[in-house]
Design a protein. Structure first.
Length: 157
């Protein structure tokens, strides 16, 4: 049955159809990411423009920094989708996802440490949860870095 010509042509048609559907999905996601990026950047510049209206400069700085970092994450995910769309091998597109995840986690680490160090009065409970989150994020970064190293060693042979 597997060697039957009609079955082979159906498999080829199905495979081509699914590949086209995947490409269309990546294209739609790319457009959504670019729109999201534009909206976040617009909102960040709007916040930057109204900085004098905020009472606390540190809080407004955190807000602006957070928005620009989110915009960068949008761009990095867009790049990852591009790689996934253009690469032939699925294993090749794993590395950009790892890099985006590592970058996002490092940004979270920076934002969290900035918030903790620049807040005037933090309850002990909030500091405790922030330190736990810092520990978790640091551990995740180390795990993803280890995965990236293993992936690159596998590629070399």
């Amino acid at each position: 049955m597997k060697n039957h010509p009609e079955f082979k042509s159906l498999r080829i048609f199905s495979r081509l159809f699914l590949l086209k559907a995947e490409e269309i999905g990546y294209f739609v996601i790319s457009i959504g990411l670019l729109i999201g990026f534009a909206l976040v950047v617009f909102d960040a510049f709007k916040t930057l423009f109204f900085i004098p209206s905020y009472k606390d400069f540190t809080q407004s700085s955190i807000l602006i920094l957070d928005k620009f970092l989110i915009a960068l994450i949008f761009l990095e995910i867009f790049y990852t989708v591009q790689v996934a769309l253009l690469e032939e091998s699925a294993i090749k597109c794993v590395e950009p996802f790892l890099l985006v995840a590592i970058t996002a986690l490092i940004r979270r680490l920076l934002i969290l440490s900035f918030e903790v160090s620049h807040s005037k009065e933090l309850p002990v409970e909030k500091i405790k949860y922030a330190l736990i989150e810092l520990l978790e994020v640091g551990f995740l970064i180390l795990l993803l870095l280890a995965g990236l190293i293993v992936l690159r060693k596998m590629r070399r042979g």
